[in-house]
Ligand binder design. Structure first.
Ligand SMILES: [Fe+2]
Ligand SMILES: [Fe+2]
Ligand SMILES: [Fe+2]
Ligand SMILES: [Fe+2]
Length: 384
C-alpha cells in the first residue's frame, strides 16, 4: 500500500469549517475501543497540534500579509480538526489510562518509523529514543497499579510489552548531549521528511500532555513522575527536531507539514476498524490535500518553485501502521540499551569519557531520589 497525494481529491477550503455539532462528536467507548484506535486519536491530535503551533510560529516571523492570511485560513481548519480528534477521548478515561496510550503510541509508532526509515542516522536516533519511551510505559504502568489497582495491559490489550527498557533514571542528560546532526533537504527522501514531522509532532504532544496533566494528581509520587518523564520528552523533542534541515524555507516546511497530515490521515483510514472514526480520517485527509495545494501555490507565487520539484517523488511508501512490534523492540533493547549520545553519535556507556556532561547533570537531577525508581518499588509492594 502506498499514498499518492497528487491523485487524491481535495475538499474546497470554504467547505471545511464545521459547526459545533459537527466538530464535537461522541467519544469512543474506552472499554471496547481497539488499543490502536486510541493511539491513532493521540497521534492525530499531536499531528494537528504541531501544524497549528508551527503555523503560529511562522506567522510571527513572516512580514507578508497574503501568506499570513492564507496560513490563518488553513490553521483555523487544522484547529477545528484537532478538536474533533482530541474530543474523541472519553471523559471517563483517566489521565494515567490516556498516558499508557501515549507511551504505547510512542513505542509502536517509533518502531514502525524506524523499521521503514531509509536514513541510517535518523533510524539510529529513533531506535535510541524508542528504548526510553518503552521504559516510560513500564513506569507509568507501575503508577497505574498504585493509583487504580489496574493492570496496564488492560489498556495496551497485550499488544505492546510492559517491562523495563533503558532505565528512566539514566535517561537524564545535559542539554548539550541532545545535539544531533540534520539530514540534507536536497537529498533526503520524502519518507524521511514525513517520518521527521510525524515523530516531532508525537513527541511534542507527549511533552505537552504530561505538562498539562501531571499536576492534576494530588499524589506526590504521581506529580513527580509526570514531571520527571515530561523532561525526558523535552529531550526527545530537542533531539528529534534537530534531525530536520533548518535550511528549508518556512513555506516549504508548511507544505511538508500539510502533506504529512494528509499522509497520516490516509494511513489511519487504511487501518481503522471503527467505521465512524474511519469516516473522520477520510474526510480530514481530503481537507489536508487542499491545505497542501494552497501552501504549494504560495511557494509558486513567492518563491517561484514547485513542491513537486522538491519532493522528487509522487508516492509515499510504505504506510505508517500501528501494530505490535515485540520482536523488533526486544532486538533493539538487547543490542542498544547501553548506548548514550556523545558528540552527536551513539556510543557504548563504557566508551564515554569521564567528563561527559550528562554524568554531572544526572547526578544533580537524581540527588534526592528518583520518582521513576520509587514508583517501581511502591508498585512491587502492592502486587506482593
Ligand atoms: Fe489538519
Ligand atoms: Fe515517553
Ligand atoms: Fe518520547
Ligand atoms: Fe492541515
Amino acid at each position: 500500500m502506498t499514498f499518492k497525494p497528487f491523485e487524491e481529491e481535495g475538499t474546497l477550503i470554504e467547505d471545511q469549517f464545521m459547526n459545533w455539532n459537527k466538530m464535537i462528536v461522541p467519544p469512543y467507548d474506552k472499554n471496547s475501543v481497539d488499543a490502536y484506535t486510541r493511539t491513532r486519536v493521540i497521534l492525530m491530535n499531536g499531528i494537528e497540534n504541531n501544524s497549528v503551533l508551527t503555523s503560529h510560529a511562522i506567522a510571527r516571523m513572516i512580514d507578508n500579509d497574503e501568506i499570513k492570511r492564507q496560513l490563518a485560513l488553513i490553521r483555523r481548519v487544522d484547529s477545528q480538526q484537532q478538536q474533533t480528534v482530541n474530543w474523541l477521548t472519553p471523559a471517563n478515561q483517566s489521565v494515567v489510562e490516556t498516558t499508557i496510550g501515549y507511551e504505547q503510541l510512542a513505542v509502536d509508532l517509533t518502531a514502525n518509523l524506524a523499521r521503514n526509515e531509509p536514513d541510517d542516522y535518523f533510524r539510529q536516533v529513533l531506535d535510541f529514543a524508542l528504548i526510553e519511551d518503552f521504559d516510560h510505559l513500564f513506569r507509568y504502568g507501575c503508577l497505574m497499579e498504585i493509583l487504580e489497582n489496574k493492570d496496564p495491559s488492560s489498556i495496551t490489550q497485550g499488544r505492546t510489552e510492559v517491562k523495563p527498557g533503558r532505565p528512566t533514571e539514566i535517561e537524564h542528560r545535559h542539554p548539550y548531549d541532545e545535539m544531533r546532526e540534520h539530514f540534507n533537504k536536497d537529498t533526503a527522501s520524502i519518507k524521511t521528511k514525513m517520518n521527521y514531522h510525524t515523530i516531532v509532532s508525537a513527541e511534542q504532544q507527549t511533552e505537552l500532555f504530561y505538562k498539562s496533566h501531571g499536576f492534576m494528581y494530588g499524589n506526590d509520587l504521581a506529580r513527580k513522575l509526570y514531571a520527571e518523564i515530561a523532561e525526558i520528552e523535552e529531550q526527545h523533542v530537542s533531539q528529534y527536531e534537530l534531525v530536520g534541515d533548518p535550511n528549508e524555507t518556512p513555506l516549504e516546511r508548511m507544505a511538508l507539514i500539510q502533506l504529512n497530515e494528509a499522509y497520516n490521515y490516509y494511513c489511519c483510514a487504511q487501518t481503522e476498524p471503527d467505521e465512524r472514526i474511519r469516516g473522520i480520517w477520510e474526510e480530514f485527509m481530503s481537507d489536508e490535500i487542499t491545505h497542501f495545494i494552497m501552501c504549494n501555490e504560495l511557494m509558486q507565487k513567492f518563491e517561484k518553485r514547485d513542491i513537486g520539484d522538491i519532493l522528487r517523488a509522487d508516492t509515499i511508501k510504505p504506510l505508517i501502521v500501528l501494530e505490535p512490534n515485540k520482536d523488533y523492540v526486544n532486538h533493539v533493547i538487547d543490542t542498544q540499551v547501553d548506548l548514550q549520545p556523545y558528540n552527536m553519535r551513539f556510543v557504548r556507556t563504557d566508551e564515554l569519557p569521564s567528563d561527559w556532561p550528562s554524568f554531572a547533570f544526572r547526578e544533580e537531577m537524581n540527588a534526592g531520589g528518583v520518582p521513576s525508581e520509587d514508583v517501581v518499588k511502591r508498585a512491587e509492594k502492592i502486587v506482593a
